[in-house]
Ligand binder design. Structure first.
Ligand code: HEC
Ligand code: HEC
Ligand code: HEC
Ligand code: HEC
Length: 192
């Protein structure tokens, strides 16, 4: 009897969390406080954290640009990753077999995010992109921010690439042709 009630409650909470994460993914402008609530919710109820966690969605580079424009974004623009879409001929831009590695999050909700954008390396940003999450690495990681390790790069830098000429993480991750510059951590700042 109690077990049954518990199951019902768990399902209800899970459904609510799911709906919340959807709403947040769609609404990108005024989510700071809402997201925070959801994050707390999902982390305290461990049962729910897992299914909700897989719901992180790709939001696209313009969202990151809002706060990272002057540094990482401008620097990224100068890299081959920012131009990876233009490297494909128009007919190749229609081929899934080329698009997978020359775009970001192929499964992004109905939108094709062209080029190797921020989220290709940092993970889908629907939940971590809020100011509160971003300022705290632990919170950001819990909300889907990933460490751009070698494993992330070799999803694309492998011999399935027709132009593959090997991949050396230590070398490539310092090569300005592919990597944006690293900027010292900013202190808390006001937008304006
Ligand atoms: C509302 C503003 C805002 C948005 C939007 C935003 N960020 Fe951030 N981000 C910050 C702040 C503030 C920091 C912490 C200070 C710093 O390191 O510059 C940060 C830090 C980071 C870090 C370093 C985390 C760490 O501690 O190592 C990464 C990586 C990052 N952001 C990536 C992204 C990506 C990718 C996007 C888009 C999906 C994004 N950010 C969107 C404000 C934002
Ligand atoms: C090719 C992969 C890749 C792409 C694309 C990429 N980054 Fe990064 N980013 C990295 C790596 C690698 C680091 C260093 C991580 C470390 O040393 O912990 C990093 C570090 C950062 C940091 C923390 C260091 C700092 O500069 O303050 C921020 C913030 C960041 N990236 C934001 C972005 C944004 C915004 C974009 C898109 C405009 C982006 N990145 C695109 C790989 C990438
Ligand atoms: C497995 C991921 C992957 C696939 C699939 C892929 N590419 Fe690429 N592509 C890359 C990577 C990574 C690079 C950077 C060079 C390298 O290390 O291969 C690249 C570079 C390129 C370049 C720039 C060449 C240069 O030397 O600067 C062109 C053009 C290109 N790819 C075309 C294509 C076409 C056309 C297809 C489909 C037939 C395709 N790619 C499929 C990952 C991929
Ligand atoms: C989503 C696929 C993808 C991911 C993930 C990715 N790359 Fe790339 N990378 C590419 C493509 C495609 C190109 C070629 C773009 C072009 O030349 O137009 C490229 C080009 C580069 C180049 C320039 C190579 C050259 O000689 O021109 C460097 C350096 C590089 N990547 C480093 C990295 C590192 C380091 C990581 C991981 C932190 C990473 N990449 C993650 C797809 C990816």
């Amino acid at each position: 009897m109690r077990k049954r009630l518990l199951t019902v409650v768990v399902i209800l909470v899970a459904a609510t969390a799911l709906v919340f994460s959807r709403v947040i993914a769609q609404d990108s402008t005024k989510t700071t406080t809402e997201t925070k609530t959801t994050t707390t919710k999902t982390t305290t109820k461990t049962e729910v954290a897992k299914p909700a966690a897989s719901k992180f969605e790709y939001v696209g580079k313009d969202k990151c640009k809002l706060c990272h424009m002057k540094d990482e974004y401008s620097s990224w623009l100068t890299t081959a990753h920012a131009k990876a879409w233009e490297a494909l001929k128009p007919e190749e831009q229609k081929k899934d077999s080329c698009v997978v590695c020359h775009s970001t999050g192929k499964d992004a909700a109905g939108v094709l995010l062209t080029g190797v954008q921020c989220e290709a390396c940092h993970g889908p940003g629907s939940a971590y992109k809020t100011q509160a999450n971003m300022k705290d690495k632990k919170l950001a990681m819990a909300a889907g921010l990933t460490q751009p390790t070698k494993e992330v790069c070799v999803k694309c830098h492998n011999d399935k690439s027709p132009t593959f000429k090997g991949f050396d993480f230590d070398k490539y991750s310092k090569d300005p042709k592919g990597m944006h510059k690293i900027f010292p951590k900013k202190t808390v700042e006001k937008k304006g």
